[in-house]
Design a protein around this ligand. Structure first.
Ligand SMILES: Cc1cc2nc3c(=O)[nH]c(=O)nc-3n(C[C@H](O)[C@H](O)[C@H](O)COP(=O)(O)OP(=O)(O)OC[C@H]3O[C@@H](n4cnc5c(N)ncnc54)[C@H](O)[C@@H]3O)c2cc1C
Length: 479
């Protein structure tokens, strides 16, 4: 209870050592690293009512090895490192992860000819586990693939992960180390120089925060925050940046098939990527579904998360061609995520010690995987005084298991009644989520913490019970 009160509170006139703008998977990972550093007063501000409700809630949830990254880029290095860090973190916290491996499938001669260069690229990225596959080997691994496979390549390290829990785990761990998380607090303006000799003053609708360091992890709006910094100081970061990147939202639509489709897919089935896109994949999810997507379409509206009839139709047609038996399966959900694409191919990460500003932009389609490595890199560059002694640090939190590969709560004795029957979520799991460090503020937040309402009925049968549990929670009532 004490932890919950510390979040979203309205105190703190004193300057912070560092404030992170943006509560997605990247911002919360940075907050976690800062909370473990020599910085003592750290905070995160999130514009939305909840953390993890931006791009971080709507992706394909692959823990990438980075085998196909462009060698030598910062992204390649941080994805490879993040793959190991997040894999270890998931094991330590109980975040669901399945090491299914991926099969890259060539459907025409051109794709087949590209496989050797992809294999070389994987090796150049330090990933040596890829293996070329014959047509027969591909069908042996994925018997439900449609006709026309010419060959393939296995990428055994690729994995599927629960995409929602990392955000909550990072934030909870940071809060246990003393960090503050403030939701519903959009940054409206930033000025250079605040009271008490602090470097930055951050204006929000209800309060002004002052801080020595500012970390921009605002995702789709990281370019806007970057421009606020330029305006505040009258120059670019490190003297070289000014409006150095512009975020163009790249819409990625996805469809989710019912759990009955899960036996049709064993691995992540990847297309051979082209120069411009990773392409559409067919993948199992840790929640026991099959997902197909994402599309890739540049749009202008950063808030437009709508799915389109054309996008869904294209995905359905694609799915039926890759795995014809999917034609008989039901689609239970569609959703859209917006990648923070920029005009640059690589991440736009710059840490300016002179101005005490860290910019984390252009974290486009690998940010979940790279999150902990981005945080490690940025906090080291900030010179935040090394890591505190282990005795001073909270252990990683134990997260509720949302994955099907290991025992769920409903499968244990004394688990109590199930409330959401499609996803088999118990009453006790909902009550625990409501009593966590950062309780959900709406049913979407409850869904991302427990899986409730995410199943095939989409709340048709359990919405009334779940809503009543949500609104009558003692923790919620005290907020
Ligand atoms: C379709 C799709 C598929 C993907 N698949 C994968 C995958 O399989 N594996 C993988 O590793 N990655 C994947 N990604 C990428 C990954 O999801 C992103 O890189 C990651 O979620 C970005 O996190 P973030 O914290 O930078 O951004 P966000 O999650 O968008 O967080 C930024 C936050 O900043 C807040 N904010 C913005 N402006 C302000 C302001 N003025 N004041 C306060 N707060 C503000 C926003 O509200 C938001 O919550 C995919 C992305 C998409 C779209």
């Amino acid at each position: 209870m004490a932890e919950a009160v510390r979040s979203d509170d309205q105190r703190d006139p004193e300057p912070f050592d560092a404030v992170v703008i943006g509560g997605g998977v990247v911002g919360t990972a940075v907050l976690r690293s800062l909370s473990r550093s020599g910085f003592r007063r750290v905070a995160l501000v999130e514009a939305a009512p909840d953390i993890g409700a931006g791009t971080s809630k709507a992706n394909t949830a692959i823990l990438h090895t980075g085998f196909d990254a462009t060698p030598g880029t910062l992204e390649a290095a941080l994805v490879a490192r993040g793959y190991r860090l997040l894999g270890d973190y998931a094991a330590a916290t109980g975040i669901a992860l399945e090491r299914t491996g991926a099969v890259l499938v060539a459907w025409d001669d051109e794709q087949l000819e590209r496989l050797p260069s992809l294999h070389e690229r994987a090796e150049a990225n330090g990933y040596r586990e890829c293996r070329r596959l014959s047509r027969g080997e591909v069908y042996g691994l994925e018997p439900h693939l449609g006709p026309g496979v010419l060959g393939g390549m296995s990428v055994p390290g690729e994995a599927i992960i629960d995409p929602w829990s990392p955000v909550f785990a990072f934030a909870a761990e940071a809060m246990r180390n003393g960090a503050q998380v403030m939701r519903s607090l959009p940054v409206l303006a930033i000025t250079s120089g605040g009271p008490h000799g602090s470097r930055w003053a951050i204006e929000t609708p209800s309060r002004v925060l002052t801080t020595d360091w500012l970390v921009n992890a605002a995702g789709l709006r990281s370019d806007e925050i970057d421009r606020m910094i330029d305006t505040a100081t009258g120059r670019g970061v490190g003297g070289v940046r000014s409006g150095a990147f512009t975020v163009t939202p790249r819409r990625g639509e996805l469809i989710v098939y019912d759990k009955l489709a899960r036996p049709l897919v064993n691995h992540i089935v990847l297309p051979v990527p082209s120069a411009s896109t990773k392409g559409v994949l067919v993948s199992p999810t840790v929640f026991g579904n099959v997902m197909v997507g994402p599309t890739a379409e540049d749009i202008t509206d950063k808030d437009d998360r709508s799915t389109t009839a054309a996008g869904v139709a294209a995905l359905v047609a694609y799915a039926r061609r890759i795995i014809p038996d999917l034609a008989g399966e039901e689609i239970t959900a569609t959703y859209t995520g917006l990648r923070a694409a920029t005009e640059h191919a690589d991440y736009q990460i710059v840490v300016d010690r002179e101005r005490r500003y860290a910019c984390i932009g252009g974290i486009r389609s690998t940010g979940l995987t790279a999150s902990l490595a981005i945080a490690e890199h940025v906090v080291a560059e900030m010179g935040a005084g090394g890591e505190r002694s282990p005795g001073e640090l909270a252990p990683p939190p134990r997260m509720a298991n949302l994955g099907e590969a290991t025992t769920r709560r409903y499968q244990t004795s004394g688990c109590g009644p199930i409330v959401c029957h499609c996803e088999r979520v118990t009453r006790s799991e909902i009550l625990e989520a409501m009593a966590g460090e950062l309780p959900p503020v709406d049913l979407d937040g409850l869904r991302r913490r427990t899986r409730t309402l995410a199943g095939r009925c989409q709340g048709f049968f359990c919405l009334a019970d779940v809503t009543s549990l949500f609104t009558s929670s003692p923790v919620r009532a005290s907020h």
